[in-house]
Design a protein around this ligand. Structure first.
Ligand code: AMP
Length: 280
């Protein structure tokens, strides 16, 4: 695997590969890699000639400085995992390589920016679009792979791609889970053994909802799910929303494409999860 830390050197190398007619698949990450990240890489490898993975803990998308500070950064073991997975290129820049001074960024993302995650993490999606735009500009991927785990993030990035007519196709990859159902996340390492057990309420509730979706109306189901999660010790619910998967606004009985999304603090760790419920 080739490792680059500067935009210029990566850009030049990828330019040569593009001239040879190679297609480029891109997976953007913040590191502390797990099977979820590697499943994105695997899908990229199946679809394109050259796979580029980035590891960059992007400061502009963190609204809580403590969260940024404690974000795990096990770069040596990440490199090993990427080598073992057959990744072609790692881009691992420092912050000052990505941001020059006090630059401004604002994209008019509309309502989607302020719903759900946007409500609890103000400014988060401005930071996400800022860094993903930079990364797309450097890597110029044909295909970019993002996880359904961050469903709203996928929609936001798709919106940016459409608005700015960026020449990249986005691919949404399914959520990779631990055998007991917990969605894999770099933040899971912060969970104590007790937290880890309590955190299962998120995926259990989403599964319960999927199985019982026809049992009651949407509002009652949403309430029931919220109560189930809030009843779990150590878990503080931020939102549980049964939403229209194409707008993330509250679903109604006529919504076709339904997705349930949840965020909660488990101990001191903020977790998100979601499930596509399907056609109503
Ligand atoms: P992150 O490093 O958390 O920024 O995530 C990098 C990419 O991996 C994003 O596209 C995430 O949606 C995706 N991802 C994170 N966790 C999972 C998971 N459990 N399953 C599938 N994709 C994931």
């Amino acid at each position: 695997m080739k490792i680059f830390t500067t935009r210029k050197s990566l850009g030049q190398y990828l330019g040569q590969l593009r001239n040879e007619g190679k297609t480029i698949g891109f997976v953007a990450t913040m590191g502390a890699l797990h099977q979820g990240h590697l499943s994105l890489l695997s899908q990229a490898q199946q679809s394109t000639d050259v796979t580029v993975c980035s590891i960059f803990v992007n400061p502009t998308q963190f609204n809580d400085p403590k969260d940024l500070e404690k974000y795990p950064r096990p770069i040596a073991s990440d490199i090993e995992k990427l080598e073992q997975s057959g990744c072609d290129i790692l881009f691992n820049p420092e912050v000052n390589e990505m941001y020059a001074g006090n630059e401004q960024w604002h994209l008019e993302l509309g309502e989607l920016e302020h719903l759900l995650e946007g409500e609890f993490r103000p400014g988060h999606y401005q930071g996400v679009t800022q860094v993903v735009h930079k990364l797309f500009d450097i890597v110029k991927p044909d295909l970019a792979f993002f996880g359904q785990k961050d469903y709203q993030q996928f929609m936001i990035i798709q919106k940016m791609v459409d608005m700015l007519k960026l020449p990249v196709k986005l691919v949404m990859c399914p959520i990779t889970r631990e055998p007991d159902g917990l969605a894999m996340s770099s933040r899971n390492i912060h969970l104590s053994p007790e937290d880890r057990q309590h955190a299962l309420v998120l995926s259990k509730t989403l599964n319960w909802l999927k199985e019982n979706f026809d049992r009651n109306n949407i509002l009652s189901l949403q309430k029931e799910c919220g109560i189930l999660i809030s009843a779990e010790p150590g878990v503080k619910l931020e939102y549980f929303e049964i939403a229209d998967g194409s707008s993330l606004k509250a679903a109604s009985s006529s919504t076709k494409n339904i997705v349930a999304l949840v965020a909660a603090k488990v101990g001191n760790t903020r977790l998100i999860d979601n499930m596509i419920i399907g056609i109503s």
